[in-house]
Ligand binder design. Structure first.
Ligand SMILES: [Mn+2]
Length: 467
């Protein structure tokens, strides 16, 4: 038996779908190769196989709700099902390839673990529909397709192997309520909302995507492809605080993110932000950012704010930028009504260079936790347990190769991801996140295998467009 582990394929549908034709082809090709393997294969898809958060429908106020105790919730089972139907329609060839894989060798097996983008697998209707689509009614195939709704999967045939998506070690994407994990059959990430409807628990990362990033993604399709999240915040989101270096919309999204942490019952924001938010004060950076708007933009924004119910109390816009308390009040209003920013036109998006951003770099250093390191630390702890000898995770989208004394791999992602190259080190702009920057986002197909000697191997091939 051969153990093959992949993760983070993010198959979606519609405008925000990361899985383009080239990627789809690569996935099908991979499954066809596995199908032909004469040795029985246990294929484990370790989370974020499908992307429900970005699959259509992703707009609409009905996608979010909360419990009577203000715990944020997102999709109902019905909404998840609508999303799944869209994904299947857009990528039926991948589901066919899974069927071919399972039906070509009678011992081939598929195990699916949910990740933070497909927590929807906790719904029974989603699992039922998935099995129906992949098995095409074949009972033998159905028996060899399993979902594992627990924190980690330890395959019976491979003692000592621990497989886990990894989001539970990521402050922004973990599923927890009042310190209790909600990621198992016994403690499902499902709660009843104010209207009595069962819905999925919404982690901070998902909330951020639904509220802000998904809207930017339409124009900048690669905003969610700079991973891990902390890297994106450091490179792009924080830059938007500096006039002419990014979108005001993005800056506001960043503010919403920070204040969201301050207002929830989650862990202290200081844990996530590294305690460096005071130097320099982000509110004053926002004030500076707003002050730098052109007179026309200021005028348009002011009238839009008035129209949307912001009470200027007879004072000019600039009055609200002179004092931190007032600026915060303005920001909170915009966060609740982000469409207000449609009133302004932003054209000049400068390059980020080491020289010209001084203050930005100060703010960004140790801004967020480094997810890749967080997961490595968790793997180290697991490996210290006697019964665990190999750890496989995903989630961060940054592949990690095993080293001699550390039998841990991260399978990265099959989506296009930004790679830092030497010549690009200090010159980047928001333009990089537009569709035209395609070639800067190669993809890497990585999969982990477990050798007979108990060592993990990570195979990867980088694909560049046209290569
Ligand atoms: Mn993930």
């Amino acid at each position: 038996m051969r153990l093959v582990v992949i993760s983070d394929i993010h198959i979606g549908s519609g405008r925000l779908d990361d899985c383009d034709a080239e990627l789809e082809g690569a996935i099908i090709n991979f499954l066809e190769i596995l199908a032909k393997d004469t040795l029985p294969v246990e294929l484990v898809i370790n989370g974020d196989f499908l992307d429900f958060v970005q699959a259509e429908p992703w707009q609409g106020t009905d996608l979010e709700s909360q419990t009577s105790a203000n715990i944020p919730l997102c999709f109902t089972e019905e909404q998840s099902l609508e999303k799944l139907n869209g994904i299947v329609a857009a990528h039926y060839r991948i589901f066919d390839a899974l069927n071919v894989f399972l039906s070509s060798v009678a011992e081939h097996k598929l195990v699916i673990l949910p990740g933070n983008h497909d927590v929807d697998f906790f719904w029974s209707e989603i699992r039922k529909k998935f099995v129906e689509v992949v098995s095409k009614g074949d009972g033998g195939v159905q028996q060899r397709l399993k979902f594992h709704l627990q924190k980690a999967y330890q395959p019976q045939n491979f003692p000592g192997v621990w497989i886990e998506h990894g989001h539970q070690y990521d402050e922004c994407n973990k599923f927890e309520v009042h310190g209790e994990p909600r990621w198992s059959e016994e403690a499902k990430p499902v709660f009843i909302d104010n209207d009595g409807k069962p819905r999925l628990l919404e982690c901070v990362g998902t909330r951020f995507l639904i509220k802000f990033l998904n809207h930017l993604d339409a124009e900048y399709p690669f905003v969610d492809n700079v991973k891990p999240f902390s890297k994106f915040v450091k490179m792009f989101l924080v830059s938007s605080l500096v006039p002419e270096f990014g979108l005001l919309k993005a800056a506001v999204a960043l503010w919403a993110f920070i204040s969201y942490f301050n207002k929830t019952a989650y862990e202290s924001p200081v844990d996530i932000l590294g305690g460096h938010m005071e130097q320099p004060n982000p509110v004053s950076l926002f004030a500076k950012r707003f002050s730098a708007l052109s007179p026309q933009n200021t005028k348009d924004l002011t009238s839009r704010l008035k129209r949307d119910g912001f009470d200027f109390k007879g004072m000019p816009f600039s009055f609200y930028l002179r004092d931190d308390g007032r600026t915060e009040c303005l920001l909170d209003h915009i966060c609740r009504n982000p469409h207000i920013l449609d009133a302004i036109r932003e054209e000049d998006i400068g390059y980020l260079s080491k020289k010209s951003i001084g203050g930005y770099l100060t703010l960004s250093s140790s801004y967020l936790k480094d997810e890749t390191e967080e997961l490595k630390a968790a793997a180290k702890n697991l490996l210290a347990t006697e019964s665990i000898s190999s750890v496989i995770m995903g989630h961060t989208h940054e592949p990690v190769d095993p080293v001699d004394d550390f039998n841990y791999v991260n399978t990265g992602s099959w989506t296009r991801n930004y790679r830092d190259t030497k010549d690009q080190r200090y010159v980047r702009s928001w333009d990089l996140l537009r569709k035209s920057a395609y070639e800067k986002f190669p993809f890497e197909l990585s999969y982990a295998q477990h050798s007979r000697q108990g060592k993990l191997i990570l195979y990867n091939t980088t694909y560049l467009r046209g290569h």
